[in-house]
Ligand binder design. Structure first.
Ligand SMILES: [Zn+2]
Length: 57
């Protein structure tokens, strides 16, 4: 999976995850994580709740 990083110095996007190829500055991940473990467990809990409710009927 391709991950774009952004330079903290010149604001250029790069595939380099450690250092900007243009200015040598530090890079960071500008995108928030799409999948958070908390959401995943929340979804699992909701699904389990639905299942148990059907079970009771
Ligand atoms: Zn840079």
């Amino acid at each position: 999976m391709t991950q774009l990083f952004k330079c903290t110095q010149c604001n250029e996007y790069t595939l380099e995850e450690e250092r900007c190829p243009y200015c040598g500055g530090e890079v960071y991940n500008p995108l928030p994580a799409k999948f958070s473990p908390q959401d995943k467990y929340g979804e699992y809990r909701r699904a389990a709740k639905r299942r148990s409710r059907q079970h009771n009927v």
